[in-house]
Design a protein around this ligand. Structure first.
Ligand SMILES: [Zn+2]
Length: 447
């Protein structure tokens, strides 16, 4: 039977997609169609007024399945009324996210990741991205938080210890069935947040902004999984393993900074769900952060917070370890052989960098380990690909006044009054006004 299906499929698909679709891809295309019908029916039940977006599922170096998209464009071939197939090497999408594709908000998900072990999990993730699409199109008061804090977030042992304590309180609150006990926990949770705000200031607002977007998306992901699996015991196990257990994990400093906001936000959704009816629409209408919205509902009191001593000790040790490790990485970078090139730069726009591989060495110095790109308003450009470079930031991470990197001493990077150089890792074409040359150190002032 399966062979027959594959054969029929081969006949039906245009030549361009034959080399790309295997039997697993074809089975997935059929599951996607079924899932979409479910998503259309369930979206409003899981989150009032939520509507599914078009979906793009892809496999790196394989096919791209585009479903219910009104303008697929010329890179896609029609397979069925709502399904179009393209090639990943022509579309080149990476990661899971929700974004405009040909002007239409589309949930984009890689279906070939090792931790996505079942179709239910995959489609729950698709639903998560669809929720971001709903936020983007229908919740104008909410937006994604910036990436800067991933690099500059304060490393403070008291904040870290309080944060872990707070996560554990949320875990308890999700499981608490008595309102008076829940409220007592919520009082302590609220007091922890206030204490942390006094330590990290605007960075707490960043956490809450992230929580406000990711919490509901993570919550809808779980609710869709729960519906698809249709097994209360299995669903409870899944909730525990993939969602709530994250609240019991200890992270420190800048580790998993964004990821930690998913379960905390989801826990707030589960708590609101338990004690409040129809809170979802008023939440997005309020423009408040998720935690502010919950505080407004439960009206907590300030309590004295006792930071667990073992958490504080552990945080101190972990932060010292991270800082030592970072100093080692930076030491290796700055003591490397070759010629040190320093570019003094004005009026530059940062084109891109990889926040997961950028480290704040100090408040103003960033080490980019993989990708960094900047350009001037006159069209001059510098790009680094898998190559370490440091930037001296000017107020924000998006502005730089100095770029430093090392090159082999035999390289010639000059062409007249221009730095002009390309290899597999570095690409730079930029005129300069002056330079200062020493034996192993050349400093430029770029135009
Ligand atoms: Zn998300």
């Amino acid at each position: 039977m399966q062979r027959l299906i594959i054969l029929l499929f081969v006949i039906a698909v245009p030549i361009v997609t034959l080399s790309q679709m295997n039997s697993k891809d074809s089975a997935l295309a059929q599951s996607l169609e079924k899932f979409y019908i479910i998503a259309e029916k369930q979206a409003n039940k899981i989150w009032p007024d939520m509507k599914p977006t078009p979906v793009m599922l892809y496999r790196i170096n394989g096919p791209v399945l585009l479903y219910n998209h009104p303008k697929p464009g010329t890179n896609f071939n029609k397979r069925k009324a709502k399904l179009h197939i393209g090639k990943h090497k022509e579309i080149m999408v990476y990661g899971n996210y929700c974004s405009d594709f040909k002007g239409i908000t589309t949930a984009i998900v890689n279906y070939d990741l090792p931790d996505v072990e079942s179709p239910e999990k995959l489609f729950a993730i698709v639903f998560h991205e669809m929720h971001h699409g709903y936020q983007k199109n229908y919740c104008p008061k909410y937006s994604f938080s910036p990436v800067d804090p991933l690099i500059t977030y304060p490393e403070n042992a008291i904040n870290d210890a309080l944060k872990i304590y707070e996560q554990r309180l949320l875990y308890k609150m999700v499981n608490e069935t008595r309102y008076d006990k829940f409220l007592s926990l919520f009082n302590t949770f609220y007091s922890c947040r206030l204490k942390r705000e006094a330590i990290i200031g605007p960075y707490l607002k960043w956490e809450e902004k992230t929580e406000s977007m990711e919490g509901p998306a993570f919550y809808t992901e779980y609710r869709m999984y729960e519906f698809l699996i249709n097994d209360t015991v299995e669903s409870k196990k899944y909730l525990e393993k993939h969602f709530l257990k994250l609240l019991t994990e200890a992270h420190f400093g800048r580790t998993a900074l964004r990821q930690r906001c998913l379960p905390t936000g989801m826990a707030l959704c589960l708590i609101l769900d338990k004690w409040e009816d129809n809170w979802e629409k008023p939440y997005y209408q309020s423009g408040r952060s998720l935690v502010e919205f919950a505080i407004n509902k439960f009206n907590p009191e300030i309590k004295k917070v006792h930071i667990p001593a073992h958490l504080l000790k552990e945080s101190e040790v972990k932060i010292a370890q991270t800082q030592k490790q970072r100093a080692k990485i930076y030491g290796k970078y700055k003591d490397q052989a070759g010629i040190k090139i320093v570019l003094n730069i004005n009026n530059t726009t940062i084109g891109g960098f990889d926040p997961m591989n950028a480290f704040g060495i100090s408040d103003s110095l960033i080490l980019h380990k993989t990708i960094f790109e900047a350009h001037s308003n006159k069209g001059h450009k510098i790009q680094f690909n898998n190559y370490p470079v440091t930037t001296q930031i000017k107020e924000t991470i998006w502005k730089t006044k100095k770029i430093t990197f090392f090159i082999d001493q035999n390289e010639n990077i000059l062409k007249g009054n221009k730095i002009s150089f390309e290899n597999e890792h570095i690409k730079i074409h930029w005129p300069y006004s002056s330079l200062k040359k020493e034996k192993k150190h050349v400093e430029f002032w770029l135009l």
